[in-house]
Ligand binder design. Structure first.
Ligand code: 3HC
Length: 304
């Protein structure tokens, strides 16, 4: 078998130590996948309680992967989980964690000022060679990169939920990034057994640029009373081969997340601001205002 990336510390793979900021669903998923593929990973969050929750996600998901990988052996499943966990360190000190990073992946709250301020402080302490990336799904990469003095070593690295299962990673280039950085990130994705695609720094990159308007068209169809969410979901699963219908997926992603992306684009998305494709939806706004955010709150378009 081909050696996984981290085991070969060659010029072809300058990445060994990965530091992930944010221990939510995306951050913890990225930590897990990197650790599974032999990288040394540090997961950073503000408090021990956040980290504990993230570690819980990782353990549950690793057990799922292990059951599949070693269906016949409890002992091998256990060893796999323990071996993977042994490569993960936890930290509540963002700057200390960055000092040994080859690659930084940011997956914290989708707030431009919070992200810029994190990147600006990490820029002071991280090694010169370290590559900075953001997993943002809604903010321009160039606006995050400009908080640092390493715009040539800054790119988007956009994973999909659930990270351990979804193969795709969007590797996002700004006008300033050095092509060797994009190459290193592409190799990194391949070493995680992911399928990277390249794209430019535009709202939604590839997947969300197509997915969000599609999801919103489904909401508008229901708003107009033309079909129920359940029938729309059945239609798209059985008529278009999607694994989840749009309302199942909206609940899965989180209605607050979708609203946040939509509102941001409608207000100031490059090439999208004011476009009726991304106009606000009363139905979505009402659900979010009530706290019905989807699976994570127990209720969204469906009840869980
Ligand atoms: N960890 C590890 N493995 C997982 C997992 C997890 N958290 N979640 C699911 N899996 C694996 C299961 O083990 C199973 O593996 P197998 O088929 O090899 O046995 C496989 O995924 C299927 O899982 P299930 O049988 O439990 O359930 P489903 O068949 O219903 O699949 C799903 C679940 C993978 C989530 C599938 O419904 C799906 O692909 N849905 C679409 C998800 C999607 O579109 N994601 C993108 C969202 S957009 C986004 O992330 C961008 C953001 O910026 C907004």
């Amino acid at each position: 078998a081909a050696p996984s990336g981290a085991e070969t510390s060659s010029p072809a793979n300058p990445i060994k130590n990965v530091v992930v900021y944010g221990s939510g669903l995306m951050g913890s998923g990225i930590v897990q996948v990197a650790a599974q593929h032999q990288y040394q990973v540090t997961m950073v969050d503000l408090g021990a309680d956040h980290l504990k929750k993230g570690q819980g996600y990782i353990e549950a998901s690793l057990k799922r992967v292990a059951r599949k990988k070693f269906a016949d052996s409890d002992a091998q499943q256990k060893a796999f989980v323990e071996d993977t966990l042994s490569r993960i360190q936890l930290s509540t000190d963002p700057e200390a964690a960055a000092t040994t990073a080859d690659l930084i992946v940011e997956a914290i709250v989708e707030n431009i000022n919070t992200k810029r301020s994190l990147f600006s402080s990490l820029d002071q302490v991280a090694p010169k060679h370290a590559i900075f990336t953001s997993n943002t799904s809604s903010l321009p990469i160039s606006e995050l990169a400009s908080a640092t003095k390493r715009q040539d070593r800054f790119a988007g690295l956009h994973f999909f939920n659930p990270v351990p299962q979804m193969k795709l990673v969007e590797v996002v280039s700004t006008a300033e990034v050095n092509p060797t950085v994009i190459n290193d990130l592409t190799q990194f994705c391949l070493s995680l057994k992911k399928a990277p695609v390249n794209c430019k720094d535009t709202p939604g990159f590839i997947v969300n640029r197509l997915l969000v308007p599609y999801l919103m068209e489904a909401v508008r169809l229901v708003e107009r009373g033309e079909a129920t969410p359940k029938d729309v979901d059945t239609a798209m699963k059985l008529g278009a081969g999607y694994p989840m219908g749009p309302f199942e997926l909206l609940d899965y992603i989180g209605l607050d997340t979708c609203k946040f992306i939509l509102d941001g684009w409608y207000k100031e998305g490059k090439g999208l601001a004011g476009d009726k494709l991304v106009r606000p939806s009363e139905r979505l706004n009402e659900l979010v205002a009530k706290g019905d955010l989807g699976r994570k709150s127990g209720k969204g378009f469906y009840s869980y």
